[in-house]
Write a protein that binds this ligand. Sequence first.
Ligand code: GLC
Length: 442
Amino acid sequence: MKFKRYVIWSLLVISLAVFLAACNSEGEETSSTDGEENTDSGENAEEATEDEQVTIVYARGVDTTPATDAVIKAFEEAHPNIKVEQREMPADTGQSHDQYVTTFSSQSTEIDVFNADVIWPAEFAQANYALELDRFIEKDGIDMDSYFPGTVAAGKFNGRQWAMPQFTDAGVFYYRTDIVEEPPKTWDELISQAQELQGQEGTEFGYLMQAAQYEGLITNAIEYIASYGGQVVDESNNVVVDSPETVKAIEKMQEVVGSDFVPDNILNFMETETENAWIEGKAVFARNWPYLMSSSNDEERSSIVDNVEMAMLPAGDEGSASALGGWMTMINRYSEHPEEAWEFVKFISGPEGQKISAVEGARAPTIAELYEDPEVQDVSSLFANPEFREVLQSAVPRPVTPIYPEISDIMQIELSKALTGEQSAADAAANMQEKMEAAMAE
Ligand code: GLC
């Protein structure tokens, strides 16, 4: 199988130190014990003295793995004066997004640190929800070159860094090693193997994917589209989704979704439904993100421990393609504890935090060096495979724009109509083209 070679982005001008010293300190009392200047690190900056206990609130989506708890435990041990309280947001990234928008647009101080989907930083930076991180990065000499360039770029907007890469996601293919001899290399092979193998070892389904009308549908669709050589937007952000390649890809998706080897209610499937059915041993194949490997081998929850492997997604005419996902860490612009918030962001996005997430949660690190670590390589053969690092770095991004929520809504609606049979693949492609062009032109 061939993979696109990854083109290294030369990010030459990334570390212009932007010190916004002493702005915004109108009337605020800020006590600092370490002799550092007061900086504009939040509207109500309040720095803790060495001994003072500070509790920061960390909001993140549902984590079904032990990773988040383990990272927080390690952080609190290393920082006895900072306590991290978790706030759980919905598993559906779109719902989380809307809750954050409500919270941050009212300048609420209740959340200090939060996980952001890779598709949010541009929008959140533009809306002034986030604290800009360059001065912290500069102060602590964080080596941004140690991260995969694409993940750093996802946290940048207007030349500044608003989010730190925490882990990266790329769509991967799961198969049952107790049923499958050789995983399918193409979508057509998947279709025939899924038909043939479903029912073995007590399975009910051949394949599971995410076909509900929500953000995950876009990532699944992008994988089909790119695997047939189509694109949603081109390198210059022109909408190019209405192409024969895209039409063919949507038709293949319709074929899979309409088959009798997926659950009848596949159009309600998100990651959680996929995960639950998968770890109950109900399917031969599944598409999900790397974390499912951790759940698959969780002795307490899974009935298929040690019977699962990850592989590249099946290929279309053009090859195999994974959608780029992943999560960043950001600080609420109005956090009352920006310094402590940064300490946590630094830890969770740094080598120690990312290693814990990889080992405890099978989250793919964004720091290239961690893939050399034997404990990380032990998580799955894919993490040990240098080709997978290329897949991660050449994963296909969703359009990068502050109006991404609008773009996503258009795609969700048109793709869903194609999957429910309300419109043809060709109409879906044409409608996406027209509506996205109009939205981008505004
Ligand atoms: C995963 C990805 C994220 C994506 C979401 C879609 O959480 O990391 O980028 O938006 O799935 O459901």
